[in-house]
Design a protein around this ligand. Structure first.
Ligand code: 6AU
Length: 252
């Protein structure tokens, strides 16, 4: 028999980190557990997408280093305005994977200055517990398991990665294709309603599958939304599917 999951209300009561609280509050207020992944390569596309899908998401996930015409004032300043206007958080999917000192430099310096605008970031935990100390002012989503075919995030790796994630105060959640303890939030990418893969190793599940089987908290959808003819309509569809799947997962 499957065990029941905690609701967002219950998780909000127990949440310690300000970013966890904010995400859960936004989920409840917007009745959405959707994070749109904006894997587009120009500032114009990024801002247009953010404006269209903004009302329906709790966070916009960026890979800021793929924006070809990045300029802090032209890219980040209007993006922050859109985040405030539509009430969503900014999640930079940097997947840091180095020693603490280098990660600190990558987080604070260069042209992207991630520390100045991201509400939370993704990081590998391959560098060990202390490598996460530098992310003091943001939430960290630790990469526990990857969605791609042949990933090295085996059972054993995931167990060790979880030990770091559960014990580090900067960590708010994990990215995984497997369930995680309820103390951290679960973010699941590899979600698509139309495809089962992309021919480049990505593997997809439906929102229904990830809520029912993983008790995920938030779904991350990239191409399902930004490649759709009508990105806003697609975001609404994923938002509604995700919310229904969440409500269904509370029953079981
Ligand atoms: O929906 P897609 O396949 O177009 O995009 C999925 C997004 C991409 C990946 O870089 C990211 O999710 N991702 C991650 C994250 C979020 O960390 C981990 C993973 O295991 N798989 C994955 O696809 O931006």
């Amino acid at each position: 028999e499957e065990k029941t999951r905690s609701s967002y209300e219950q998780k909000l009561k127990n949440a310690q980190h300000s970013v966890s609280k904010k995400l859960l509050e936004l989920a409840l207020a917007k009745q959405s557990n959707l994070i749109a992944s904006a894997d587009v390569t120009t500032t114009k596309e990024l801002l247009e997408l953010a404006d269209k899908v903004g009302p329906h998401i709790i966070a916009l996930k960026t890979h800021i280093d793929i924006i070809s015409d990045f300029e802090y004032e032209k890219t980040i300043t209007p993006l922050k305005d859109l985040a405030a206007k539509h009430q969503f958080l900014l999640m930079e999917d940097r997947k840091f994977a180095d020693i603490g000192n280098t990660q600190e430099l990558q987080f604070t310096s260069g042209v992207f200055k991630i520390t100045d605008w991201a509400d939370f970031v993704t990081s590998q935990v391959i560098g060990g517990f202390e490598s996460l100390d530098c992310f003091k002012n943001v939430g960290v989503v630790a990469i526990i398991g990857m969605s791609s075919k042949g990933t090295l995030t085996t059972n054993e790796y995931r167990e060790e990665a979880l030990k770091i994630a559960l014990s580090h105060p900067n960590v708010i959640g994990g990215v995984s294709q497997n369930p995680v303890p309820e103390e951290i939030l679960l973010f699941t990418p590899g979600v698509n309603l139309a495809d089962s893969g992309d021919g480049k190793g990505q593997q997809y599940n439906t929102p229904e599958y990830v809520f029912k089987n993983l008790h995920t908290d938030f779904i991350i959808v990239g191409r399902g939304i930004y490649k759709a003819d009508q990105a806003e309509e697609a975001a609404i569809a994923y938002k509604n599917e995700g919310w229904k799947a969440y409500l269904d997962s509370l029953e079981k």
